[in-house]
Design a protein. Structure first.
Length: 94
């Protein structure tokens, strides 16, 4: 029997931690998503502290990814294509 074309399953646990450090507010955002096919996507958006609108920009980038995931029926068929689409959508949103 051939395993050609079989996808490997990897078990992982995800935890996030955030600290604002010397800043007045947290501008970074993180999101973890598990698809219907058990694929996972972890997104970290740096709010670029010290620049105006960092919190809004990182939130808009996460929102753009979540919208694309909903539109794709919560499955990522082609990871490079999804990431390219997300970067374009996030850029437009910001």
């Amino acid at each position: 029997m051939s395993d050609e074309g079989a996808k490997a399953r990897v078990a992982c646990k995800v935890a996030t931690y955030s600290e604002i450090g010397q800043r007045e507010a947290q501008e970074d955002r993180v999101s973890h998503w598990v698809g219907k096919d058990d694929s996972q996507l972890l997104i970290l958006c740096d709010g670029a502290g010290g620049h105006g609108g960092g919190a809004e920009a990182s939130a808009a980038a996460i929102d753009a990814a979540e919208k694309l995931l909903e539109e794709s029926n919560e499955m990522i068929e082609d990871a490079p294509d999804f990431l390219s689409s997300w970067v374009k959508a996030a850029h437009e949103a910001v």
